[in-house]
Design a protein around this ligand. Structure first.
Ligand code: KPL
Length: 307
């Protein structure tokens, strides 16, 4: 068996990681409630794989006093990272490498500065969703990038990328994870708030009713990215590069119910603080006004206040 991995947050990405690593590594999936031992993964091609995956609550781990893991992956939503991490903190040597799998850019800088051990951030385009307590669907294969925000821990990032790659999740260690997290955040900011507020699938943003709103968000996001010196994935720093990126993702995910819409429908807090928060904060720092992003943030806050 390879190194042991604790995976905190049994959502779709957490369970996808557990399924992938379990055949070759010691894996513990950690969540607030117990999950069935036998977990099934359905692939997009209709294949099915059931395997036993050790699941535990933080209380059970605390009682059992297990050996600490080689890796702690935190796969909760951004706003759940702090309370979830608090439940395990006392069990972890300060040298334990953390791997943060959140969208946006909220907890990544915070934990990178605070945790004494190595902190790696992951940005993934793997597509998965939960269909029950004991099953998930791996809807689309993607790519995962792993790196440290300060450009440190290169060998560790490479070792983890190799492990994940061997486990079937295409992964590359990178030295520009900050840029990649902000690129994803730009796309999420242009899609997620609008579809969550209007209750629509991603593809509906192409219609006349919403396309100009998307364009307005892209203009503000592109202005922030320019000030933050974040180039688009095609290397361009013009608004057109961001427009092309966002509309490509809308096209490619036209049938998707975006994660923020799923959160609103389920009455869960959204990731607005992790996605819109860093953009609005950066705009303020640069003295830029972003009325559209601020209005989206307010509208989401109002929606969340209803549940
Ligand atoms: O990542 C996404 C999400 O749903 O959070 C997008 C890109 C918007 C695709 O649905």
């Amino acid at each position: 068996m390879n190194a042991s991995h604790w995976i905190l947050g049994p959502g779709a990405i957490g369970r996808l990681l557990a399924h992938s690593l379990a055949p070759t590594c010691e894996v513990t999936l950690i969540g607030r409630r117990a999950l069935p031992l036998f977990q099934t993964l359905h692939s997009a091609k209709g294949e099915r794989r059931t395997q036993s995956i050790t699941c535990a609550t933080p209380a059970q781990l605390t009682q059992g006093a297990p050996a600490p893991p080689a890796w702690l992956h935190i796969t909760t939503k951004a706003m759940a990272v702090e309370p979830a991490f608090e439940t395990l903190h006392a069990l972890l040597p300060a040298t334990t490498p953390l791997v943060l799998w959140q969208n946006g850019f909220l907890t990544q800088p915070e934990l990178t500065n605070r945790w004494p051990g190595p902190v790696l951030c992951a940005s993934t385009t793997e597509g998965a969703y939960v269909t029950g307590n004991d099953r998930i669907v791996h809807a689309g294969r993607g790519h995962t990038f792993i790196g440290n925000l300060n450009g440190r821990h290169t060998a560790l990032a490479q070792a983890l990328a190799a492990q994940l790659d061997r486990a079937g999740l295409a992964t590359t260690a990178v030295d520009d994870i900050r840029r990649r997290l902000w690129q994803k955040l730009a796309v999420n900011a242009a899609i997620n708030p609008l579809v969550a507020i209007h209750g629509i699938r991603n593809g509906e943003l192409r219609g006349a009713a919403y396309a100009s709103d998307v364009e307005a968000v892209i203009r503000e996001v592109a202005a922030i990215m320019a000030l933050e010196k974040i180039v688009a994935p095609d290397g361009g720093d013009e608004q057109d590069s961001w427009r092309a990126l966002v509309w490509d993702v809308i096209e490619g995910t036209a049938n998707n119910k975006a994660s923020m819409l799923q959160d609103v429908e389920a009455g869960r807090p959204t990731e607005r603080a992790a996605i819109l928060g860093p953009l609005i904060a950066a705009a303020r720092q640069h003295g830029l006004t972003v009325p559209i992003l601020e209005a989206l943030d307010k509208a989401l806050a109002k929606l969340e206040a209803r549940y």
